[in-house]
Design a binder for this molecule. Structure first.
Ligand code: NIG
Ligand code: FE
Length: 417
């Protein structure tokens, strides 16, 4: 290990470790702390006074008293899309519903057409733009779903875009196949063929090229049923793709029980999930993903994250970034809304956007907390502590972002090596 591949960050005023243990509210805070890393991995975290003598020789960076948190993880986005739908935003305010607009030619199928019309270069440029801005917010990993290609070739094309952009940016890009977003043509007779194509052709091709980690489905009126989910998610699991679900967003479809039955890694949205569903998820360890922007923009009741946590479930927070129901990628703002709308405490929201989000991506052994052995991914915030960050919400308080021990955003103080 060369000297430049190791370092220490000292003068951390407040450090939230966010280890995968204890209550969701227990972020294991430290004061006057330091972090050390060698190569891309953390090898020390603790009070600065405990910093071993040998580590003090390393390249030293100062956090100047700031708060340091694990790199944020956005575990639910639809990043790859062409075009926008601001007209639908206005139409919903004027009184039309999400399902009415979709039935009249808007919605997911409209974005499908615009995404298909975009070149690969357009899509890569689009992803690059937002991933750069994610770094400025302290986000170091982003899950990216397909779902606007909706054919064998077009879904693969989106996954290949994610693979390419993932090789270019420092963030971890985790890909999810969401071919089962809607049926590309509205006629019911096409549904059978489309599902068969997903199960018999697309999933095997995705697995053969190792293009995705997860397989997702939108279970809703106008999209897919619980039985479709059993079939499509089962086909994915047979090819090593772990299951995720969009469920109970616009009504209760028994989402919690279905997610537990299918051993999904996460169930997302959950605005209408029953108490029974919450208990089923808690017992089977399915992570619930709270998506406040979707509830806010669609004027839906928010997910009852407080009740999920009290039932013993873990709740992640994500943006759901997409051009329809959630046209924002501001993860800290989503965290603040998870506090005010879904009654999560700021500490719970922080764990929800770090270690629990990493769990929803099956990456919690790699990142999501500041602890020895994990990637040195963290963000420096100009806030006193986590409560104050969420309470006095400002556009962006992230002064610096680090991935694998390397600065990827912000001007950290020149190192005194
Ligand atoms: O997660 N719920 C389904 N899919 C997206 C919305 C996609 C769109 O409207 O384009 C969501 O909210
Ligand atoms: Fe979504």
């Amino acid at each position: 290990v060369r000297l430049s591949d190791s370092g220490i960050l000292v003068d951390i005023g407040y450090l939230a470790q966010c280890r995968n243990e204890g209550a969701q509210s227990d972020i294991q805070p430290l004061q006057s702390a330091a972090i050390g890393w060698s190569d891309d991995r953390i090898d020390f975290v603790g009070p600065e006074t405990d910093l071993p003598f040998e580590l003090r020789e390393r390249t030293t960076h100062s956090a100047e008293g700031r708060t340091v948190i694990p790199g944020l993880v956005d575990c639910h986005t639809h990043l790859g899309f062409g075009g926008w739908r601001a007209d639908e935003f206005r139409m919903r305010i004027e009184g039309k519903s999400y399902l009415e607009i979709a039935a009249a030619g808007g919605g997911i199928r409209k974005t499908m057409a615009q995404t298909r019309a975009a070149s690969e270069e357009d899509l890569i440029r689009h992803c690059r733009t937002y991933l750069k801005q994610y770094l400025e917010l302290g986000v170091t990993a982003v899950e990216c779903k397909t779902g606007y290609g909706l054919s064998f070739e077009e879904e693969l094309r989106l996954l290949r875009v994610y693979r390419k952009i993932g090789l270019e940016v420092p963030l971890d890009i985790v890909s999810t196949l969401l071919a089962a977003h809607v049926v590309p043509e509205p006629e019911e007779c096409n549904k059978k063929c489309y599902i068969q194509m997903i199960c018999d052709e697309l999933i095997p091709a995705v697995a053969a090229e190792d293009l995705a980690t997860f397989n997702d489905i939108f279970v809703e009126e106008g999209a897919f049923s619980a039985d479709d989910a059993r079939r499509i998610l089962g086909a994915g699991q047979a090819h090593g793709l772990k299951a995720k679900l969009h469920i109970d967003q616009l009504g209760d479809s028994g989402g919690g029980a279905l997610a537990a039955e299918l051993r999904a890694i996460s169930a997302d949205h959950l605005e209408y999930t029953s108490e029974e569903g919450m208990n089923a998820m808690a017992q089977s360890g399915v992570v619930g993903v709270c998506l406040p922007f979707a509830s806010l923009y669609l004027n839906q009741p928010p997910m009852k994250a407080r009740s999920f946590i009290e039932a013993g479930a873990s709740v992640a927070v994500a943006t759901d970034f997409n051009p329809g129901s959630a046209p924002s990628f501001d993860l800290p703002l989503a965290m603040m809304l998870a506090c005010t709308m879904s009654r999560m405490t700021p500490a719970e929201a922080l764990k929800g956007a770090t270690i629990i989000a990493a769990r929803a991506l099956n990456r919690d052994s790699q990142y999501g907390s500041i602890e020895v052995g994990k990637l040195a991914n963290f963000a420096e915030l100009s806030v006193d502590d986590v409560d104050h960050w969420m309470y006095h919400f400002r556009p962006n308080v992230c002064e610096a972002t680090w991935i694998g021990g390397r600065p990827v955003h912000g001007l950290s103080t020149p190192p005194n090596s």
